[in-house]
Design a protein around this ligand. Structure first.
Ligand SMILES: C[S@@+](CC[C@H](N)C(=O)[O-])C[C@H]1O[C@@H](n2cnc3c(N)ncnc32)[C@H](O)[C@@H]1O
Length: 285
């Protein structure tokens, strides 16, 4: 097919259906993200700027480059990933974390609390987790467990943004009290006015790494009490979802919690029982 598509050009830098399917296969193999032909315009809008920056005048030529160049493949995945997120998105999960998960771990005498935000985008989710855990632990005076929150994403640009921890002030949801804002964020002044920055002590609770959920082996150094993977698997095929869920099962401790996005409910999945709105608990199989 590749020879045939060489000659087919359209005004969209040659993104014919054939070239589109070369991209969608490549993207699926590289990330598990399934792009149907309805997403053709989306692909054009997300990649056109990259083609222009590289002075490449057709999608087919860009495909040839990406196919053979791993670092360009990573750049392409940065461009196509949907990074929409916000602080305290689906607030009920953070309430459940504060009021149920953390007190339960404290009752069990946990010395370590490990939480993974898989598909963390630009960091709003893992920082919201860090604030929730910090607030929940403030009620315990004497014994404080060591907390480690890991944020991972396929997108290196999202991870860089997350590490910097600088956001537009209007990205903070209105319901967050001023006292919490003051406790966890610094307000920008002068040329940074309108921006807020995550305070250092909160940043130290969170580590960011690139991790592709499509990989066979996840390079994780510990198991997790809680995994958040919300609004990530909506873009995956059912095989890919199964691939990811089975790895979450492996990397969760006994009784660990898994939080999914509201539209990603799992029905009768062996090894997980529903405990709350799109929240599950690992059980022995
Ligand atoms: C819509 S955002 C969700 C962010 C956050 N979890 C939330 O609910 O607000 C989806 C994220 O999944 C990431 N993603 C997509 N495919 C991935 C993969 N194969 N491995 C890791 N992350 C992936 C994207 O880069 C994007 O940042």
């Amino acid at each position: 097919m590749e020879k045939q598509v060489l000659n087919s050009r359209s005004s969209d830098f040659g993104l014919t259906n054939e070239v589109f399917s070369l991209f969608s296969d490549l993207i699926y193999r590289a990330s598990g993200i399934r792009l149907t032909v309805q997403k053709k315009n989306l692909l054009i809008s997300r990649l056109l700027r990259r083609l222009r920056a590289l002075d490449i005048n057709s999608f087919y030529n860009y495909y040839q480059l990406v196919k053979n160049d791993h670092s360009e493949l990573i750049q392409m995945l940065n461009c196509i990933a949907t990074n929409t997120t916000r602080f305290f998105r689906e607030e009920y999960h953070f309430k459940f974390l504060r009021e149920i998960c953390i007190p339960e771990l404290m009752t069990k005498g946990a010395r370590f609390i490990n939480i993974w935000s898989a598909g963390c985008s630009t960091g709003e989710e893992p920082y919201s987790i860090a604030i929730s855990v910090h607030e929940a632990l403030s009620g315990y005076r004497y014994v404080k467990p060591e907390v480690m929150i890991l944020g991972t994403d396929i997108s290196t640009s999202a991870i860089d943004f997350a590490r910097a921890g600088v956001y537009e002030e209007d990205q903070i949801p209105e319901g967050i009290p001023e006292t919490l804002l003051k406790k966890y964020f610094l307000k920008g002044v002068g040329e940074n006015s309108g921006k807020i920055m995550v305070k250092d002590f909160l940043k130290r609770m969170v580590q960011f790494e690139r991790l592709n959920l499509k990989d066979n082996i996840y390079p994780l150094r510990r198991d997790f009490n809680i995994i958040f993977c919300r609004n990530v698997m909506i873009y995956f095929s059912s095989d890919m979802k199964e691939h990811v869920i089975s790895r979450f099962y492996t990397h969760l401790v006994e009784d660990g919690y898994l939080f999914l996005g509201h539209s990603e409910a799992m029905l009768n999945r062996k090894g997980f029982v529903p405990v709350y709105i799109s929240a599950y608990r690992k059980v022995k199989t």
